[in-house]
Design a protein around this ligand. Structure first.
Ligand code: MG
Length: 397
């Protein structure tokens, strides 16, 4: 082709995305933040980064329309989303049919859950379409692949030199893949990717260079791996925050400290459960982000926080770190009191704080001291907690 081909992209985001459900986050995986940006927005942005891409068409689940529009993707090259159908194949066809009005020469079909396709990888697919009807990025299979008919006994070994793992985006000449998809509607078999439809329709499909980095987010641990890869590309900065809090004792039978209930001859007085240690940690995280303190985010005048479990406050501060694309490097806590004795509860506190913050217990320091019977802590009138937090966030000007 002598003139520049018109290039469209279909981003298939119509799945319910339940497989990667991480604890707490009930959103479909394609709408969850990945290093501070929703997965599907990152996937779309990977194509908008290429000036040769003319339009990007998202195909979404009808129930996610409000969520999708809430992403605020405003680039004029993003077309109005098309509603997906019951199967991936049906959703791709819906997208291809909607693209007919755009009359693209080439179409790239991308899974929303692959946000890390590099410009080189995408351009490799586009380049192959100059000479082939279809192109897909692949990586060589490195594991030896066994065949089994019952999942118990080996029936044979494949020659792995002839095997390649297929990735996306898969690229096609538009008219050819649209015709193949139309024909495939009547096939009873389930095609797991678009290249399979092209092969079935007799279209030659070229292999292009994929990348192990171009991972598909399927399981919860894939989020962590993708975030590590993205952070490797970003300039990160370390920030530190401190927190300090005091709560007085009042009559009672237990204190909440560091997310752990400790039987005692008094309890701590406060609007929430008065977990002075979690409050100090919360302030340390807000402080590291320059976001004020706990009272700004959870005003004590608001009756809804009466008796609240303080892990709500800490989880909110952690959420603000992850929303910025950051992570907690470590937390350190010092508790000052004459009693109760803290030492026996330190392992449970490290675990509880780690769980709330989504980090390993070894990244949490918990220390306790007395004030040698001096001052209000020495007179057992209350407990002091001091905390520091170290976080890593993408650099901003
Ligand atoms: Mg407090």
């Amino acid at each position: 082709m002598s003139k520049k081909p018109r290039i469209a992209v279909v981003v298939v985001a119509a799945g319910r995305g339940e497989r990667a459900s991480a604890s707490g986050d009930t959103r479909p995986k394609q709408y969850r933040p990945l290093a501070g940006q929703p997965v599907v927005s990152r996937t779309i942005a990977a194509f908008l980064a290429l000036p040769e891409v003319d339009v990007v068409l998202p195909v979404i689940h009808p129930e996610h329309a409000a969520t999708f529009f809430g992403l605020g993707n405003t680039d004029p090259r993003i077309l109005d989303p098309v509603m997906g159908r019951a199967t991936r194949q049906g959703s791709v066809l819906a997208g291809l049919e909607a693209l007919a009005a755009e009359a693209p020469d080439f179409v790239l079909i991308q899974d929303a859950a692959r946000p890390l396709a590099s410009p080189d990888l995408i351009r490799g697919v586009i380049a192959a379409l100059e000479t082939h009807h279809g192109a897909l990025p692949v990586v060589p299979v490195t594991d030896t692949i066994k065949r089994s008919h019952d999942g118990m006994l080996v029936a044979g070994t494949e020659d792995r030199h002839t095997l390649f793992a297929a990735q996306t985006p898969q690229g096609f000449r538009f008219a050819a893949i649209l015709a193949a998809h139309h024909k495939a509607v009547h096939e009873p078999r389930d095609f797991t990717d678009d290249a399979a439809i092209a092969e079935w329709a007799g279209l030659p499909v070229a292999l292009t260079k994929g990348s192990t980095r171009n991972l598909k987010i399927t399981h919860p641990e894939d989020f962590a791996r993708a975030e590590r890869l993205l952070r490797g590309d970003m300039d990160m900065e370390t920030r530190v925050g401190t927190g300090f809090d005091v709560h007085p004792f009042e009559p009672g039978d237990a204190v909440w400290l560091g997310g752990v209930r400790i039987p005692h001859t008094a309890r701590l007085k406060g609007h929430s459960d008065a977990d002075v240690a979690l409050h100090a940690l919360t302030d340390a995280l807000y402080g590291a982000l320059g976001l004020g303190d706990i009272g700004v985010h959870f005003p004590p005048s608001d009756p809804q926080w009466r008796g609240a479990a303080s892990e709500i406050f800490l989880a909110d501060a952690v959420g603000k770190v992850t929303a910025r694309g950051g992570r907690i490097v470590n937390l350190d806590l010092t508790i000052v009191c004459e009693s109760p004795r803290i030492g026996p509860h330190v392992p449970a506190m490290k675990q509880a704080i780690g769980n709330i913050c989504g980090i390993a217990a070894h990244r949490v320091g918990v220390k306790a001291t007395t004030s040698e019977k001096l001052g209000f802590t020495g007179r057992s009138e209350g407990i002091v907690a001091m905390a520091s937090a170290s976080i890593e966030v993408p650099q901003e000007d």
